[in-house]
Design a protein around this ligand. Structure first.
Ligand SMILES: [Fe+2]
Ligand SMILES: [Fe+2]
Length: 185
């Protein structure tokens, strides 16, 4: 039991904490760190489904993450990472299909994400249907993360150039209202 509590505390901590600002100089690492936080989100949603109870404290933390960081991550990918990667990828990389599929998933998950936020806001809502919604959102998100981490990120590391990364990092910082200190030469 104590171990479970500790695990939950660590997962919440990871969910709450944005990656350090300095990591915006390594935008792929920042995105990767956000993927880890999203995995924690999936674990926490699954834990609630398993326990069969809407935990108010967990709900609050998840809601803050969804409202503050989840949408920003999708913009990082759709406005910066994906377009730049499509520019640099070679035809044999097959990136067009992969990116099109990921963007389609972003839009189809949007509806579930909105319902999830509503359900987290109002713990009495959705009576029994919340379990199906939480479990579906977590399962879809996990599949999405596997493709991004296993296919997109390694290729981005291979194909993007230092200038691409610097620009992506700058845009991600702007999106978060952060002024990025220049990297010492
Ligand atoms: Fe992602
Ligand atoms: Fe994504």
């Amino acid at each position: 039991m104590e171990q479970q509590e500790e695990q939950r505390r660590l997962m919440l901590e990871a969910l709450d904490e944005r990656p350090p600002e300095a990591l915006l100089h390594e935008p792929l690492d920042y995105i990767f760190a956000d993927h880890f936080r999203q995995r924690m989100l999936c674990n926490l949603l699954d834990a609630m489904v398993r326990e069969g109870a809407r935990d108010a404290e967990l709900s609050r933390h998840i809601l803050v993450f969804m409202r503050r960081d989840f949408g920003l991550h999708i913009l990082d990918e759709e406005l910066d990472l994906f377009p730049r990667l499509l520019e640099r990828a070679r035809p044999e990389d097959g990136m067009n299909e992969v990116v099109a599929e990921l963007c389609a998933e972003h839009s189809s998950d949007k509806i579930d994400a909105r319902d999830l936020c509503r359900a987290l806001e109002k713990p009495e809502s959705l009576s029994r249907r919340w379990k199906r919604l939480f479990a579906r959102f977590a399962a879809n998100e996990r599949r999405h993360l596997i493709v991004e981490n296993a296919i997109v990120m390694p290729l981005a590391r291979l194909r993007l150039k230092p200038d691409d990364l610097a620009e992506i990092g700058r845009h991600m910082a702007e999106r978060r209202g952060i002024v990025l200190a220049s990297v010492p030469q």
